[in-house]
Design a protein. Structure first.
Length: 249
């Protein structure tokens, strides 16, 4: 199991257990602690889980926090029932805020190594975002991202491939690492692995396709560049999902 996969599994376990443990710890204080403050404490737990793990872990943590908030901290206690309108509103807000903040926490973790002083990287991200907002053409965004990836990662070529996943090529992961099979590849030390590398594109959790990267010999893009590449692919995925269509190739 790769360290990335292990991290995600640990985060998912924490998403299920941590809100429960914190809610139990708050039980002795529930008569003195306002439900709003209790909800804020649980939101902190959701953020911590999301920052460590994935979007899925953050969403599970938000759902778990809302459920145990209802069960332990709102009357009638030890029942999945809420009678007070204020308590219902707090529970709904806890779920909504937990889901939103968990997504932001994952995004911040992914981009934390992209320094604000790197104008080139920021310009790529900003330019792609502007294009995605200005056009409804999935083809245009996919072509723009292909060009950006080729320049950013010093590729000989780059193409978008839609459909069923074929083969098991090396993969550029969401955290900027590169995996070959079950093994993590040290790009900084060894450069790109041989052959094409896939960068998967998803929208709303659904697989849409992948960019196939053809690296130039002797190149080794740093982690910042690889994280920017992942972000550009995410932007392409959001546009493809919204457009409800696939690029031409």
């Amino acid at each position: 199991m790769s360290s990335h996969s292990l991290r995600n599994r640990l985060a998912l376990a924490a998403a299920l257990v941590a809100p429960l443990l914190v809610a139990l710890a708050l039980v002795p204080f529930r008569t003195d602690l306002s439900n709003a403050n209790a909800a804020l404490i649980l939101v902190v737990v959701v953020v911590a889980v999301a920052a460590f793990g994935s979007r899925i872990a953050g969403a599970v943590a938000a759902l778990s926090a809302a459920a145990w908030f209802d069960f332990f901290l709102t009357p009638p206690y030890q029942q999945f029932t809420i009678n007070g309108d204020d308590d219902i509103g707090t529970a709904v807000l806890l779920l909504a805020v937990g889901l939103l903040v968990s997504q932001l926490a994952v995004r911040v973790r992914r981009l934390q190594v992209i320094t604000v002083t790197d104008a080139g990287h920021l310009a790529r991200i900003h330019g792609t975002a502007e294009l995605a907002q200005a056009t409804t053409s999935a083809d245009a965004v996919a072509a723009h991202v292909r060009d950006e990836l080729a320049e950013l990662l010093q590729l000989r070529g780059c193409r978008f491939e839609y459909g069923t996943l074929l083969g098991r090529p090396p993969r550029l992961e969401q955290d900027g690492s590169v995996s070959v099979g079950r093994r993590r590849w040290d790009v900084e030390r060894d450069g790109w692995p041989e052959g094409e590398i896939e960068l998967r594109v998803s929208g709303q959790g659904h697989y849409l396709g992948r960019f196939m990267l053809d690296p130039a010999p002797g190149t080794a893009p740093d982690l910042q560049a690889r994280l920017v590449a992942v972000t550009l692919a995410d932007q392409a995925g959001a546009t493809l999902d919204t457009a409800g269509r696939t690029p031409a190739g």
